[in-house]
Write a protein that binds this ligand. Structure first.
Ligand code: ATP
Ligand code: MG
Ligand code: MG
Ligand code: MG
Length: 352
């Protein structure tokens, strides 16, 4: 029979708005002949509702005002079987077979909500608690990938108290990494809080900005090369990479504006790099996916240097899923249409 999928969107995350757009695309493309859908929204301040309105209102962030919304949570009480709804006549249980979290960033992509789904005993699309949290943390990602023999950029991790000793810290960072440096909160996405520092003053400013978003920050050597992304689908060691795509930002780097607010970024599918480099990236992406214990999906991002070298930048376990996002586009280019991709992701969740 038909399975009931709970599509969960929003969340207390700096990527709340991106989630609404990703969720709208998933809701427009999920095969309705195979799945019944319930929509579950989490507001920016953490209130949970079942949503029964239009996808357009959801995409435009009018879902809460226009509704209809009913207070409802994914209950960790397993006897509930999924969604616990506060109906006028009293609490109601809505059984859910599988959850598709279509959200990004903190409390969404970092293992937090995955822990709730585990407690509820409901299968869910994407990585589990550990892979979600280790891929989200850019410091831990560096450490684990290094252990797996996968090259990443030279970097240093800093925690907030170290900012007070910036004067003694800066020379060692300069010596180890050189300017320019990239400064990033350890656990954000969509380039939120990311900065490029060309000198000491910019480094201090970028660190202060990044520490607004996280208690831990990574500082990386700036890599020169093409920015390329590889979409991976599967479970653990049994995964495949799609076509490699390339991003050409027309800002100083691929920042939030270039990602979502203007049309300045160019995408090339396939990436304009030699075939051998693409193959090396696909192989490294699948290896990294397995090494991090990923399930379902991940978008594994690299820099391709001119000399053929490849450097893994980061792994996104719930990458952007809008109709113009790289992840679905790379699978489309590999011959997997968007609705089939969603179907495969749900099946992988039920199999893992
Ligand atoms: P996403 O939205 O993909 O989750 P993110 O917020 O996790 O992004 P990164 O991808 O790590 O952040 O960095 C954002 C952008 O900054 C990159 O797309 C790239 O343009 C630039 N960047 C980050 N690190 C480096 C580096 N070491 N060298 C050169 N450019 C970098
Ligand atoms: Mg990221
Ligand atoms: Mg991300
Ligand atoms: Mg990125």
């Amino acid at each position: 029979g038909k399975k009931t999928v709970a599509v969960v969107f929003g969340s207390v995350s700096s990527e709340y708005e991106v989630s609404l757009r990703s969720a709208a695309s998933v809701l427009r493309n999920i095969p309705r002949d195979r799945y019944d859908v319930v929509m579950v929204g989490i507001t920016k301040d953490g209130r949970w509702y079942e949503y029964g309105g239009s996808v357009d209102d959801l995409e435009a962030d009018r879902w809460l005002e226009n509704g209809p919304v009913t207070p409802a949570v994914i209950s960790p009480d397993r006897s509930c079987g999924g969604l616990l709804r506060q109906a006028p006549g009293g609490p109601e249980n809505v059984p859910v077979d599988v959850i598709f979290p279509v959200m990004h960033g903190e409390h969404a992509e970092d293992g937090t909500i995955q822990g709730l789904f585990e407690m509820a005993g409901i299968p869910y699309v994407g990585c589990g608690v550990l892979a979600s949290s280790t891929c989200m943390d850019k410091d831990v990602t560096h450490i684990l990938l290094e252990a797996a023999g996968i090259r990443t950029a030279p970097y240093a991790a800093l925690v907030r108290p170290q900012l007070a000793r910036f004067d003694s810290l800066e020379p060692s960072l300069r010596e180890k990494l050189g300017y320019p440096m990239f400064v990033k909160p350890a656990n954000t996405g969509s380039s939120v809080g990311v900065g490029k520092a060309k000198d000491r003053a910019e480094l201090l400013a970028a660190l202060k900005e990044a520490f607004r978003y996280d208690r831990k920050v990574v500082v990386e050597k700036a890599i020169v090369g093409a920015e390329v992304e590889c979409a991976v689908l599967g479970n653990y060691t049994d995964a495949d990479a799609a076509v490699v795509g390339e991003i050409v930002p027309h800002h100083e780097f691929y920042d939030y504006e270039g990602k979502y607010l203007d049309d300045s970024t160019d995408l090339f599918i396939p990436a304009r790099i030699p075939k051998e480099t693409s193959e090396a990236i696909r192989t490294a992406a699948v290896r990294a996916f397995a090494a991090m214990g990923c399930t379902g999906l991940a978008r594994v991002d690299f820099f391709a240097e001119r000399d053929g070298g490849i450097i893994l930048n980061e792994i996104n376990t719930l990458p952007g899923f809008t109709s113009i996002s790289m992840y679905p586009k790379l699978f489309e280019a590999a011959g997997v249409p968007y609705p089939e991709l969603i179907d495969r992701l749900i099946r992988l969740a039920l199999e893992k």
